[in-house]
Design a protein around this ligand. Sequence first.
Ligand SMILES: Nc1ncnc2c1ncn2[C@@H]1O[C@H](COP(=O)(O)OP(=O)(O)O)[C@@H](O)[C@H]1O
Ligand SMILES: [Mg+2]
Length: 461
Amino acid sequence: MKEKKTKSFYRCLECGYESVKWLGKCPSCGSWNSFEETVPVAIRHSPMLIPGKNATPPEAQPLNAISMESERRICTPMLEWDRVLGGGLVPGSLVLLAGDPGMGKSTLLLQVLASLSTRQKVLYVSGEESRRQIKLRANRLGVGDAEVLVASETTLEAILELISAHEIEVVAIDSIQTIASSLLDATTGTITQIRHCTDRLLQMAKTQGVTVIIVGHVTKEGIVAGPKALEHLVDVVLYLEGDRTHTFRLLRSVKNRYGSTNEIGVFEMKDRGLEEVRNPSQMFLAERPIDAPGSVVMATIEGTRPLLVEIQALVSYSALAVPRRTATGFDANRASLLMAVLEKRLGISFAQEDVFINVAGGIKLREPAADMAVCLALMSSYFDRPLPHQLVTWGEVGLTGEVRAVGYSDVRYQEAIRLGFNKVMVPATTAEQLKKEVKPRSAVEIVTVKSLKDVLNNLFK
Ligand SMILES: Nc1ncnc2c1ncn2[C@@H]1O[C@H](COP(=O)(O)OP(=O)(O)O)[C@@H](O)[C@H]1O
Ligand SMILES: [Mg+2]
């Protein structure tokens, strides 16, 4: 009898939509050119089928009977790394470290493994670099003598064998896109391979208690290849982000089964690797100009951490029929909206002006609390009048020009005071909240505003 041929199908790399035919555009998520041929995977590894290991019948327990002895964590001297993980790596967990190429993922992992190697058996597997290249990098990072086992491997089975042969406790795989299982016919880097390898690594992590960190490259569109397929498999998803032209990097947790996803770690890329930044606000304000129109400091929140950043605006006469509008680190649509509000409510016209907005240091502001600062910077540049050097602001701006309170005002306030600022411009409701909650010192002037008109009257009249 003729053997039944396994039929391949096509799957969208962005959303996982499946189709029997190749499609140019995904009907589900609308992305172009995202379909890839996939072979149905025949081998399933269910943990219940491992002989001898899961022979006991399944169990359920009342919540109040589950013992809560504290979870063991694998800690490093790198506090920022541990913080983002919720207090260190959990033994037997699978962590995905994602980021653009060149962000410093390999650097960070090598540093983390080196610091763990005094107490743990650690293995660094690279599918991209040779052992010599890794040694060169380790020397540069000053960890060339660390007891990190290093392998240059691309076959999953070989990696699994290395892990059990050396009784490895923490393994880093750099990157998941470069390794492949010899059991599958699919090419390296395809969604089928990536999913299968991650699945097998997960099984190993859970059954043998090995902690696995996998690196995932981010595609052009800004998503980890095989996004949905990978992110739901792993326990923790970390993103290392930053601006290629700046040295600072943010480590952000977007999923964490063992802790909050609100934590961020701040690092700076130096010759000797990633260095922790304990006082990020100070770093971002280090080069702030004095008495320069268009510059303002805002207190933003990254995760649960307050961060003071400088926002700059440049409003200058345009000879172009369609004036330019550029925003770096701030949403351009939001900037247009704020300019429209300024024009309608205060009569500040940008019709003949080029407008540039920049957040210093390469930070990306995603919260509406930045509205006030952007408006202040625009007004300051428009009137060519510098703002008080010791002023910090935050608040959302509505379509009628009203200003609104945002969350975490107490933390923002305390960070501003800690760095020596003594003038705070906030929405009226925030001022009341601050008076109740943090009892501002008398040396600190709190300027209360209800609308952009109040801002104009207070600072520019
Ligand atoms: N010889 C070097 N001296 C200083 N910095 C370097 C050197 N080589 C690489 N780097 C820094 O390391 C970064 C690459 O880090 P890497 O860990 O390889 O990134 P990833 O693994 O995320 O692609 C570069 O962007 C650069 O900033
Ligand atoms: Mg790398």
